[in-house]
Ligand binder design. Structure first.
Ligand code: ATP
Ligand code: GLN
Length: 146
C-alpha cells in the first residue's frame, strides 16, 4: 500500500483553499520532522527559533510560587507549512508521528486559513504559487497515472 494516499478534507472553518499548519516543537525533533515532510513531498517549510511556555515551564513557574517569576520560557522551534486544504490532515498526522514523545512539552499545532499565496519570482498566485515542482501534488498525480 502506498504511503501517498489522497487525504479526505476536514471542513475547516473559515473555509479556504490553503491553510498554514503552525507547529511548536521540541528543537531536537525538528530534523526528524523536516525529513519526514520532504519524504511526503512537502518541500516548502519555514522554521524559527522561538521560546514559550505551556504546561512545560508553566508548571515550574507555579511551583516556584512567585508572582514575579524568573524567565521560564523554554526553547522551541516554530515550523510553518502552507499547504492545500487536502494536505492539511496528512501533514498534521506526520508531525505528530515524528514529534511526539508522550511527555509534557511535545508542543502544539495550530491551523490557520491562508487567503492567498504569491510567488515573488513569477507573480503567480493561488494554486500555481502554492504548488512546488515535484511536491506532494505532483507525487500523487504521478502515482495515479502510473
Ligand atoms: P521559486 O520557484 O521562485 O524558488 P518557491 O516557491 O520555491 O519559489 P522560495 O522562494 O524558494 O519559494 O521560498 C522562499 C522561502 O519561503 C523558503 O525558504 C521557505 O522559508 C518559505 N516557503 C516557501 N514555500 C512555503 C510553504 N509552502 N510553507 C511555508 N514556507 C514556505
Ligand atoms: N501543496 C504543495 C504541492 O503539493 C506543497 C506545499 C508545501 O510543500 N508546503 O506541491
Amino acid at each position: 500500500l502506498s504511503t501517498i494516499t489522497p487525504q479526505t478534507c476536514t471542513d475547516f472553518i473559515p473555509e479556504a483553499n490553503f491553510y498554514k499548519v503552525e507547529a511548536i516543537l521540541r528543537p531536537w525533533r525538528v530534523p526528524q520532522v523536516s525529513s519526514a515532510m520532504l519524504k511526503m513531498g512537502i518541500r516548502g517549510v519555514t522554521i524559527s527559533d522561538v521560546r514559550g511556555f505551556g504546561a512545560q515551564g508553566g508548571l515550574t513557574e507555579r511551583q516556584a510560587g512567585s508572582e514575579f517569576s524568573e524567565d521560564k520560557f523554554v526553547a522551541k522551534v516554530k515550523m510553518e507549512i502552507v499547504v492545500s486544504k487536502d494536505q492539511v490532515e496528512a501533514v498534521i498526522e506526520k508531525i505528530i508521528e515524528e514529534a511526539r514523545t508522550g511527555e509534557i512539552g511535545d508542543g502544539k499545532i495550530f491551523v490557520l486559513p491562508v487567503a492567498d499565496v504569491i510567488r515573488v519570482r513569477t507573480g503567480e498566485r493561488g494554486e500555481k504559487a502554492e504548488r512546488m515542482m515535484g511536491g506532494r501534488a505532483d507525487m500523487s498525480s504521478a502515482q495515479s497515472t502510473a
